[in-house]
Write a protein that binds this ligand. Sequence first.
Ligand SMILES: [Zn+2]
Length: 296
Amino acid sequence: MYILSGYRYHLSEGPWLQLDDITSQPTTRHHVPIWEQAISIKPLETRYCIGGYDLLTRRSICCPDKCQISGQHPYCFTCSRSIQFNPAFYHVAPSQLSSHQQHYNLEPHTVYLAYFGKNMVKVGIAHTQRLYNRWLEQGARAAVVVQDMQDAYAARSLEAWISANYRIPERVTSGQKQQYLHMPYHFDEASMALRYCLNLISEESDGLSANHPIQDLQAYYFAKKQPSTLYEPTKERQHMIAGLVIGMVGEVLIYKQQGYNFIQPMKQFLGRAQVVFKEASQPLTVNIQTKLDLFG
Ligand SMILES: [Zn+2]
């Protein structure tokens, strides 16, 4: 039985699901490309731990104990302790961070601007080697580097300065991102919005270049063109999600069933959904009232 334990992006193969086969001994982990795949996602009554981190290999690993868990977080106690990563590291003394994170924070980090739609731009930081993955995991449609910095602390201080001075948010909610998915995306609009912010920032700060190229991220999400009309999931449909995968943007899966394109956020299913490939899709009634018709 393959349990959804994560998702990631491959720069040429598109979105992948991370699946843990909990029926094998020990649990085995698989990364499966999903573009154009017939897929079924079946929510489970039980929630399984989605695994932790191996400090020696510096890789994420499946839960060694196949733990069943309850509560908000998708980790058992042991896996949760192994991760020990504090995203708000700047609120605590470095000595209070895990030794792994202390080391990680001293590696090069990059400050960036990411575009989500309709002039919504956020500022963020990421480990320089993980920059593209970070953009794609968040579902940014386009992005640009502001500056490469020596470590996470320098990057955080530039990020906070940009956010405070130019009122550029540091966060975009998943609800906002989902709404932007219904809007047509045009790279030239994204490019103008990002270039405008970048020019403002670089005008007032010595040493910041405004010349970094704007990256269009759309091709990493969709095998072909993004469908123009997307339908929202309803509670009734969530007992069985099945169809052909068109693409995935951040955590939101987009699949086609009976000629309609549906969106389905996946974070809620981490540890608590079984994923099956190439199973014949179940015919389900499509409720076209569920279309979120924001733009006529
Ligand atoms: Zn665990």
